[in-house]
Design a protein around this ligand. Structure first.
Ligand SMILES: [Zn+2]
Length: 370
């Protein structure tokens, strides 16, 4: 089976090269905003949207008129329009789904940090170097071996503060794991990061946010527009990114192990609207937010790793999972005892999270198999 795998690597270039990247980002931002305006005007004038292809025709004229755009790979300019198209598609999807629409925005300097290519050729990544027409020499030192460059599917350069990163997507073959008939239910929690239906737990990492707090304070004390403030903002960005990467790597360890051990993995579907407060106080407020973030990362990793390994990943409605008795199915009133589940009908006593994980596992067993 083939899958798309992303390799995210640091990239390096000279000081002059970095200045050139900034310049290209500026050009892309200009093109993005101009194309957005064009779409808006077209819509106002004739009530119709505009396709990516209609806008790409205008690129031809732009390149005829401007040496600057001619010197730059056409794929960079087209990449801007691909990005715009995606923004609009996401917008219409949200409108359709009845979510807050969030019309695509004009991009301000500093926000537009990404150069993506509409199409890639194998020669773009060669011998630890990225070669794209109009971009400076960019070097990468891959942390793991990259697949054959003929399998390169997309390339994206991201400028984060003073750092340059590259996302390389390759088509790779994946081997399914030997089959497993083990089923597991997972309760996402706050006390424990996860509780498995077999009683195992994965501990919650206590994040050290001291440095972030200090940096936030520094920023608020510095004057707006000052160099000191800018530096503190950049430092905060680096710190937050470090935390994100750290969390993601930790999740990789957890999800790889889960997929290796279990044939069917059942989790709460936290996307379900109007979730009941069945989890009690532990599922409200900030905790809920932290939970949702970790859940998002873990969910995403489990979904694709399960698919690659030939495992089944199931999400079930989480309503009442922590109040339902896993033995007799009775839905109990809210428990007042911390961490302990006690059934008022059959007297079953268990760890509350393990009980919930067992309910989740049972619901997965009845879920339709795709
Ligand atoms: Zn019971």
């Amino acid at each position: 089976m083939n899958a798309h795998k992303t390799y995210q690597e640091r990239a390096y270039c000279s000081r002059a090269g970095y200045a050139r990247i900034r310049e290209v980002l500026g050009g892309c931002r200009w093109l993005y905003n101009r194309s957005l305006e064009e779409r808006r005007n077209t819509y106002r004038a004739c009530g119709k949207g505009m396709s990516k292809f209609a806008q790409m025709k205008h690129l031809t004229r732009l390149r005829q008129e401007s040496q600057w755009w001619r010197d730059l790979s056409l794929q960079v300019a087209r990449g801007v329009l691909v990005r715009m198209d995606r923004a609009f598609r996401d917008f219409f999807r949200r409108v359709k789904a009845g979510d807050a629409p969030g019309y695509p925005r004009f991009q301000v300097p500093g926000r537009y940090q990404c150069i993506e290519l509409a199409e890639v050729t194998p020669g773009m990544v060669k011998g630890g170097e990225i070669r794209v027409k109009g971009l400076p020499r960019i070097q990468i030192r891959p942390t793991r071996e990259l697949p054959d460059s003929h399998d390169l599917k997309s390339l994206r350069l991201v400028a984060r503060g003073r750092q340059l990163w590259v996302d390389l997507v390759y088509k790779v073959g994946v081997e399914p794991l030997p089959p497993s008939d083990q089923v597991v239910g997972i309760d996402m929690g706050v006390n424990e990061r996860m509780t498995l239906s077999d009683g195992n737990t994965i501990e919650r990492r206590i994040e050290n946010r001291d440095r972030e707090r200090v940096l936030h304070r520094t920023i608020s004390r510095r004057q707006k527009g000052s160099a000191g403030r800018r530096k503190a903002v950049a430092a905060l960005g680096r710190e937050m990114r470090r935390n994100v990467v750290h969390n993601r790597n930790e999740c990789h360890g957890i999800t790889t192990e889960l997929v290796r051990r279990y044939g069917v993995i059942v989790m709460e579907d936290l996307k379900v609207k109007g979730i009941t407060a069945a989890g009690g106080a532990r599922k409200r407020g900030l905790n809920r937010e932290i939970l949702a973030q970790t859940w998002g990362v873990i969910r995403q990793q489990l979904a694709y790793k399960a698919e690659w390994a030939g495992r089944l990943f199931v999400e079930v409605n989480p309503a009442y999972t922590s109040r339902t008795c896993s033995v007799c199915g009775h839905v109990n009133a809210k428990s007042r005892i911390y961490r302990v589940f006690e059934c008022s009908r059959c007297g079953h006593v268990a760890d509350r999270d393990v009980n919930a994980a067992l309910n989740i596992k049972a619901r997965g067993a009845f879920a339709p198999v795709a």
